[in-house]
Design a protein around this ligand. Structure first.
Ligand SMILES: Cc1cc2nc3c(=O)[nH]c(=O)nc-3n(C[C@H](O)[C@H](O)[C@H](O)COP(=O)(O)OP(=O)(O)OC[C@H]3O[C@@H](n4cnc5c(N)ncnc54)[C@H](O)[C@@H]3O)c2cc1C
Length: 357
């Protein structure tokens, strides 16, 4: 990525808004821009749609966030997922509202209770539940170390790939031009330091507005225009196990999502296969999986975390100890310590959207 302050007059193409990054965020931003008829909108993706985290996410959709702004945003998102095709007028997103349990140990009972109260005050359908209810809903779960639980009946999981494609397809129908295999290699500024163009291998495109939706690539992308945006690329791991049918009673065949805050992991089943997958939510591990830049990601796997995740799965669902591991996969996500309402310093033309806060 390079930045140039030289003014060039050889640009023939112009766009009112250039959205950079064809993940779920870029596609979800391009669509309402098109709905509002914001002029000529280009969505530029360096590889294919959902090439980044959006193609590999576990897709858990819930409202249990500690930051109140995130909880409110998640609640609005959940409502969109509930009526996705109806709201956007395109395809379905693949949302499965199978329910979502949060499990905590003794140390976190008070925090859980106050968060649930806060979320209820936002209108979110959530509540503390009896541990017997957890056991009845997920008979294969061992809850001996669980002190309290909350339940969101409307939450569940989605299909990140299908969701991203649905957003992109609808955006195209409404006039957005989506160009894949079109990396933005530089951002050109005019002599006053305002954005003048984005540069791609096919040529420069004159624009005053760029929407940065490059996810884990954000640090290198914004560094090019001297914006300190500390997004850290992190390799996220997932382990997928096939449940034997002998453990699948009707009620546990497709169990609800579990956010296991006792062992810092999350689990979900799949709609059409007897699979349970597990991902990591323990931030202590993230330091090991951080990369300096997203371009350093060449599919590297950290095998120890897969073993740890498998152990956590077996701890929570002991009857799966002998179930075959169908797949372990890993992909690039990102984390930042910025607050949800971060604004880039000294400029009003940059909108920066990022992964997990
Ligand atoms: C294994 C895993 C599990 C996850 N599980 C969950 C979950 O259960 N629930 C949840 O809510 N979230 C989950 N996430 C996080 C979620 O997937 C991400 O928050 C979300 O997909 C981010 O979308 P995005 O569009 O910001 O980024 P991305 O999907 O990464 O999209 C960024 C895009 O920008 C493109 N790009 C980068 N640089 C350029 C450039 N210079 N020019 C053009 N294009 C460029 C990339 O190719 C990429 O396609 C998970 C993530 C992973 C990896």
């Amino acid at each position: 990525m390079a930045v140039s302050r030289e003014s060039k007059n050889c640009m023939t193409e112009t766009a009112d808004i250039v959205v950079v990054g064809g993940g779920c965020i870029g596609a979800a931003i391009a669509l309402p821009l098109a709905e509002k008829c914001a002029g000529k909108i280009l969505l530029l993706e360096q590889k294919d749609i959902a090439n980044g985290a959006s193609g590999k996410g576990i897709g858990i959709i819930c409202t249990h966030y500690t930051h109140p702004t995130l909880a409110k945003l998640a609640y609005q998102s959940l409502q969109r997922f509930q009526h996705f095709a109806e709201h956007y007028g395109g395809q379905e997103s693949g949302f499965n509202p199978c329910g979502y349990y949060v499990l905590v140990s003794e140390a976190d009972v008070e925090t859980l209770s106050s968060l649930v109260n806060q979320h209820q005050s936002f209108g979110i359908n959530t509540g503390l539940v009896d541990l017997q209810q957890v056991k009845a809903a997920i008979p294969i779960a061992n809850i001996s170390d669980v002190a309290a639980a909350a339940y969101e009946p409307d939450s569940g999981y989605g299909d990140p790939l299908q969701t991203t494609r649905a957003f992109a397809q609808r955006a195209i129908e409404l006039g957005v031009e989506v160009r894949i295999h079109t990396p933005v290699t530089a951002i050109r500024l005019d002599i006053e330091g305002r954005i003048e163009a984005v540069v791609t291998p096919q040529g420069a495109i004159a624009t005053r507005t760029v929407v940065d939706c490059v996810g884990a690539w954000a640090r290198q992308f914004t560094a090019a225009v001297d914006l300190p945006f500390p997004v850290t690329p992190v390799v996220e791991h997932v382990v997928l196990v096939e449940r034997s049918s002998e453990f699948d009673t009707e009620s546990s065949a497709s169990h609800p999502v579990i956010s296991d805050l006792v062992n810092l992991c999350y689990l979900r089943s799949a709609a059409h296969h007897p699979y349970t997958c597990i991902g990591n939510s323990d931030p202590r591990y993230h330091a090991q999986f951080c990369l300096d830049t997203a371009n350093q990601f060449e599919g590297q796997l950290f095998p120890d975390i897969c073993e740890t995740l498998h152990q956590k799965l077996v701890h929570r669902m002991p009857s799966l100890a002998t179930s075959p591991v169908i797949q372990t996969y890993w992909h690039l996500g990102s984390h930042t310590r910025l607050s949800a309402d971060y604004r880039s310093p000294g400029t009003s033309t940059w909108f920066i959207l990022c992964d997990r806060l």
